[in-house]
Design a protein around this ligand. Structure first.
Ligand code: AMP
Length: 418
């Protein structure tokens, strides 16, 4: 029978990599705590409507990338392609932002998009996500951007670029949209097939199309800053001022529109020079209308999502450290079969004391056991003599010295050494 492989675009995160992921998540957890964000965990599947209404009917995600199916009761269900809509749904459903309260929340977990797999792009990928709900002022945008920058600083990432833009609001974006439709219609023949389709449905997306010809046309497209209303213009100026006050450098890219419709005002990305085509390690922005789009009251919000797979890739490429590699401190080895029982109970006692310990349970020879012990700090050896005297030979594997210790004192002895 042919063997079964993981579906295309998914991958197994094996022990050689998973401890590095734990390091990234633990670091994120600490940064979030330092910034006053609290952890939440939400379903990985939601009603399809949440994303079609929240992310937007005409976005690439909703049009062609969602994993959508009917459940056994015939309801349309979608594996979450992103986190923000779910966080807002949870805030509305659990009344987290009633009467002007705000909520600073973070989470991490898998997201699902049916995209063409390539380096740094998967169909099941992982995001660390943080959202600040209930605050309309630019200070929250600055806090979110500084949070993402601080996360990468603590992880030791270098060579990053912060790119920001304003995508306007429900008052000024329709005006800009109309200007774009007029401009791009006049250049329709120069657009790629995808962008021809976007012209009537989502003309802003043409601005960040990677196609060369679309890029040339976009170079001369109307400037969003000529259309921004006073409120959006003022908000953007204050975000810039806030970032400068914190000492951050950034660039403005007026063609950064991002792939999700819910963004209003601030949109931003953090790019890595070490990732190739899929160079965004994080992206986010403000979404003041998302709550109402999914049936809630007025809850402004701003947040970001960082691609865990990509962060791990960049850290690997830049030679960043991931803290201490996992390892076993003590290996307990049996010289003969009669000693195996004593070895297993000693191993258990060490583990109970919080000392990582390992022993053979597969019937390996003493020589093979000691080979494995080579990767540990200490070996505890038991043979006929030790059994008779109720002792254990404790060998320090870094300097080769060995002492005999009464069995019931072995844990205490090792606690003092490790
Ligand atoms: P988005 O939700 O599209 O704003 O993406 C936020 C971040 O998630 C990006 O900057 C990437 O780091 C990561 N990301 C998005 N899509 C994928 C994917 N298909 N595979 C891996 N990482 C992704």
């Amino acid at each position: 029978m042919p063997s079964i492989n993981a579906p295309r675009g998914t991958r197994d995160i094996l022990p050689g990599e998973s401890w590095k992921w734990s390091y990234i998540i633990n670091t994120a957890s600490k940064v979030m705590k330092d910034f006053g964000f609290r952890e939440i965990h939400l379903p990985v599947f939601e009603h399809t409507e949440l994303f079609s209404r929240g992310v937007g009917e005409t976005t690439d995600i909703v049009e062609k990338e969602m994993y959508t199916f009917n459940d056994r009761a015939g309801r349309s269900i979608t594996l979450r392609p992103e986190a923000t809509a779910g966080v807002m749904r949870a805030a509305i459903e659990n009344n987290l932002c009633v009467q002007g309260a705000n909520a600073k929340l973070w989470s991490w977990g898998p997201m699902f998009r049916h995209e063409r797999p390539q380096k740094g792009r998967y169909r099941q990928f992982y995001q660390i996500d943080s959202e600040c709900l209930g605050i309309a002022g630019p200070g929250a945008d600055v806090e979110i951007i500084s949070l993402s920058i601080e996360l990468f600083r603590r992880l030791g990432l270098r060579n990053l670029e912060v790119v920001i833009n304003s995508v306007g609001c429900e008052k000024c974006r329709p005006v800009y949209r109309q200007k774009l439709v007029e401009y791009f219609t006049a250049h329709e023949s120069e657009l790629c097939e995808t962008c021809k389709g976007r012209l009537s449905r989502n003309p802003l997306r043409i601005l960040d199309c990677k196609n060369e010809s679309c890029g040339r046309v976009s170079d001369d497209a109307p400037d969003i800053f000529d259309s921004l209303c006073d409120e959006c213009r003022g908000h953007f100026a204050q975000v810039r001022e806030g970032l400068e006050q914190l000492g951050f450098t950034y660039t403005i890219n007026k063609r950064l529109v991002r792939g999700l419709d819910y963004y209003t005002k601030t949109a931003y990305e953090i790019l890595s020079g070490d990732l190739g085509a899929q160079n965004a390690v994080a992206g986010g922005g403000r979404y003041d209308n998302l709550s109402q789009a999914i049936g809630g009251g007025k809850i402004p919000g701003v947040g970001f999502a960082c691609g865990l797979d990509r962060v791990a890739l960049v850290m690997e490429e830049q030679g960043c450290t991931f803290g201490e590699a996992p390892g076993i401190s003590v290996y307990c080895a049996a010289l003969d079969d009669e000693s195996r029982g004593m070895i297993q109970s000693l191993t258990y006692e060490l583990r109970k004391a919080g000392i990582s310990a390992e022993c053979d349970t597969a019937g390996k020879s003493f020589k093979s056991q000691m080979k494995i012990a080579g990767a540990c700090k200490f070996a505890c050896i038991v043979g006929a003599d030790e059994r008779m005297n109720n002792t254990v030979a404790v060998k320090n594997l870094s300097d080769g010295t060995q002492v005999s210790v009464p069995v019931n004192e072995a844990v205490k002895y090792l606690e003092g050494k490790i």
